[in-house]
Write a protein that binds this ligand. Structure first.
Ligand code: HEC
Length: 272
């Protein structure tokens, strides 16, 4: 076994320490400190820079270090990107078509009738509609649609003495029989401003919201389902133009309760 001299061991340790950059813990300064504190201290740090003469950074490290960084203020904007993407996607998704049934549409249309008939249908310049009155005049909604479409004057012109149920409880209603004033025509072909689906909607509103017909009542359940519910095929077909007051009886002849021809010309009404 060869004996390695002490000074060689010390030197290799000092080199190792210096190479690892940990000069402070090296044994040499400890020895130096114990012998000549002030004199050797300045000499030691002079050796320290040696290991700093390391090879230059490889090109890719230089590139990474010198590359322009994302400015800090941009981070807030960038962090909002996912949210922005979400909003963008939402905007692209087609809006769910709002289901507007006859009753809600009819409520809006009725604002054009309320001036004469009263907001609740109590009447005024126009006939009383609430508390079942409309239902007595028109046990069939088809006859009501026809009358609202054409108006009183067409009935008079056609020589019809009554409108609605001729056997109405309390007497059949006569055109111009209320206060001598006409119910103005509403349908487009008659010169009014309402589409057929709007006339159906307002008739539904009058019957089910004002006059008191109850969709749950056996007496009205079928009519409600067929004409006035949000699922009403007739309402949808009128809206899309697939049917019309003139063709409704034919187009919906397959229904269990076959519709009466509504028509756009004045005609006599029917009893239940
Ligand atoms: C300018 C006033 C006026 C306006 C507006 C008006 N009406 Fe009338 N309405 C009348 C008059 C008057 C009568 C009575 C008709 C008659 O005697 O010939 C009447 C009768 C009716 C009747 C028959 C009621 C019954 O039992 O005899 C219905 C249904 C009706 N109107 C619905 C409507 C609807 C729906 C609107 C709106 C789209 C409307 N009216 C707008 C004046 C009006």
């Amino acid at each position: 076994m060869t004996e390695i001299p002490e000074h060689l061991l010390n030197r290799s340790k000092a080199r190792r320490d210096a190479a690892s950059g940990d000069g402070a813990s090296s044994a040499t300064p400890a020895v130096a400190a114990s012998s000549t504190p002030a004199a050797t201290t300045p000499a030691k740090p002079a050796e320290a820079p040696k290991p700093k003469a390391v090879e230059p950074d490889p090109a890719y490290v230089v590139a990474a270090k010198t590359r322009r960084k994302i400015p800090f203020w941009a981070m807030s904007a960038l962090s909002l990107l996912p949210l922005w993407a979400g909003v963008y996607l939402l905007a692209l998704t087609p809006e769910d078509k709002v289901v507007e049934g006859p009753l809600s549409l009819g409520t809006a249309v009725y604002s054009g009738c309320a001036g004469c008939h009263g907001a609740d249908g109590a009447g005024g310049a126009g006939q009383v509609l609430y508390q079942g009155e409309t239902l007595k005049t028109f046990p069939h909604i088809e006859d009501m649609l026809n009358f609202v479409y054409t108006g009183s004057q067409k009935y008079v012109a056609a020589g019809l003495a009554t409108y609605g149920d001729p056997n109405r409880e309390g007497g059949a209603h006569k055109p111009l029989g209320y206060n001598g004033n006409p119910m103005p025509m509403q349908g487009e072909k008659a010169g009014g401003g309402l589409s057929e689906y709007q006339i159906l909607a307002v008739a539904c509103h009058i019957r089910y919201d004002l006059a008191g017909a109850d969709p749950e009542d056996e007496k009205w359940a079928t009519e409600y389902e067929t004409w006035c519910s949000p699922e009403s095929e007739i309402f949808k077909a009128l809206q899309s133009g697939a049917t019309s007051f003139d063709t409704i009886a034919k187009d919906f002849a397959m229904l269990e309760e076959k519709p009466i021809a509504v028509g756009t010309e004045p005609r006599l009404g029917s009893s239940k």
